[in-house]
Design a binder for this molecule. Structure first.
Ligand code: NIG
Ligand code: FE
Length: 394
């Protein structure tokens, strides 16, 4: 038998530790805060969390010097597999043009023309950019291929970087087909080619993309193939997408910008998480979603980047937190929790987003005394170190 013992690392001198551990809520509030804390990492997992004075010895010791440590961000919504640039559209929007989903087709043309190697190296660059900003878990969607071949290869590329891959063949209807024919393709041969590479299936349910009946049929076909459903809904207009997600009991429905009272009630009673993507409103000039109203109604809220070339090309979860605090009236604690623990819940994961024994050792050392600085110092790079599955990566 034998085999080398796993290396242990103790991070000590943590001025403020965000655990997100519900067992610490009584003293530490929503974030399960500890002060003067230490964390012991063994292999890829957290082995011990507690007061620095009680920390056990370890092979490697790291001194946080009184700075804050938080769980790595869990970015539960991104579209990283693409080629090309749409900065001209952003510039036009900032001088008065509206956002339209039609721009997606421009990215589709560029993505189809890219090689697998080009797509892979582009995703690698974006994932590294995210990691350097503290994101240790990311969901990645397809959706810029829109052919059997290009959707399957987009997912194969995404799969090299994460287990949380999402088939979004139903992003828009390509120019050369009818929506009826395209839904038949998505639910038939495209789904068959995509399913082996994906965990989730998603639909852009919106005027100009797919209606509620089409979304229902596509999600049902995906579920029948062993995928789990999630949905883009109510991003640009009011509509039935959010209520469909709640009716189907999806784990999360994303955007939630235009919500009626009935939508909010459906979210509150279903337990479906509302994933808000404030970088999109920043980049499209639509109004920010009503996070405060959702939280006060008892809805679980997650925050994610939606990093994509069209509606929002940020990879910064810290920016999303700052926008959520300033523009959506979330408290700094609510926003950080939404970007970590609730982001994990939106992927139906309980092994990340929380720092407690047995959880993944995904940690971020901030160059700041408190997590509040994520919103208090917007735009300032505050990530001093990142451990992913126990390995120092930044
Ligand atoms: O989540 N809403 C649909 N899809 C993306 C935008 C895609 C694009 O504009 O390229 C989103 O915002
Ligand atoms: Fe999206």
């Amino acid at each position: 038998m034998g085999g080398a013992a796993m290396t242990t690392t103790v991070i000590t001198g943590i001025g403020e530790l965000v655990t997100n551990d519900p067992a610490r809520a009584e003293q530490g509030g929503l974030l399960g805060l500890l002060t003067d804390a230490a964390v012991v990492v063994e292999g890829s997992h957290v082995a011990w969390v507690g007061p620095a004075a009680d920390a056990p010895a370890a092979d490697v010791q790291v001194d946080a010097g009184g700075r804050a440590v938080i769980p790595g961000f869990v970015d539960s919504h991104s579209h990283l597999v693409f080629a090309g640039d749409r900065s001209a559209e952003f510039e036009a929007r900032m001088t008065g043009q509206p956002y339209t989903a039609g721009g997606i087709r421009r990215t589709v043309a560029r993505t189809r023309a890219a090689t697998d190697e080009q797509l892979t190296s582009h995703v690698a660059r974006l994932v590294a950019e995210m990691r350097a900003q503290g994101t240790t878990s990311v969901e990645i969607k397809s959706g810029y291929g829109l052919s059997v071949h290009d959707e399957a290869r987009s997912l194969a590329v995404a799969r090299q970087f994460t287990d949380e891959t999402t088939f979004l063949g139903a992003h828009v209807v390509p120019a050369d087909t009818t929506s009826e024919d395209y839904v038949a393709l998505v639910t038939g041969p495209m789904l068959a080619a995509a399913a082996p590479h994906a965990r989730w299936i998603d639909v852009f349910c919106e005027d100009g993309a797919f209606d509620v009946d089409q979304a229902r049929a596509i999600l049902q076909a995906g579920t029948d193939s062993g995928l789990r459903g999630r949905l883009h809904a109510n991003q640009l207009t009011y509509g039935g997408g959010v209520r469909l997600a709640c009716e189907l009991g999806l784990v999360a429905v994303d955007h939630c910008t235009y919500l009626s009272d009935a939508d909010v009630a459906a979210l509150a009673s279903s337990g479906t998480i509302a994933t808000l993507l404030p970088g999109v409103e920043f980049s499209t000039r639509h109004p920010y979603p009503d996070a405060r109203g959702l939280l006060d109604a008892g809805v679980r809220v997650a925050l994610a980047s939606d990093c994509n070339p069209g509606s929002c090309f940020t990879s910064s979860m810290a920016l999303c937190i700052a926008l959520a605090v300033r523009e959506m009236r979330m408290s700094p604690a609510e926003a950080l929790h939404a970007a970590t623990a609730t982001g994990a819940a939106a992927l139906d994961r309980d092994d990340v987003g929380v720092l407690a024994p047995g959880k993944a050792a995904d940690l971020v050392l901030l160059d700041a005394p408190s997590y509040v600085h994520l919103a208090y110092r917007p735009g300032v790079p505050l990530v001093a170190g990142v451990w992913q599955a126990g390995r120092p990566v930044v």
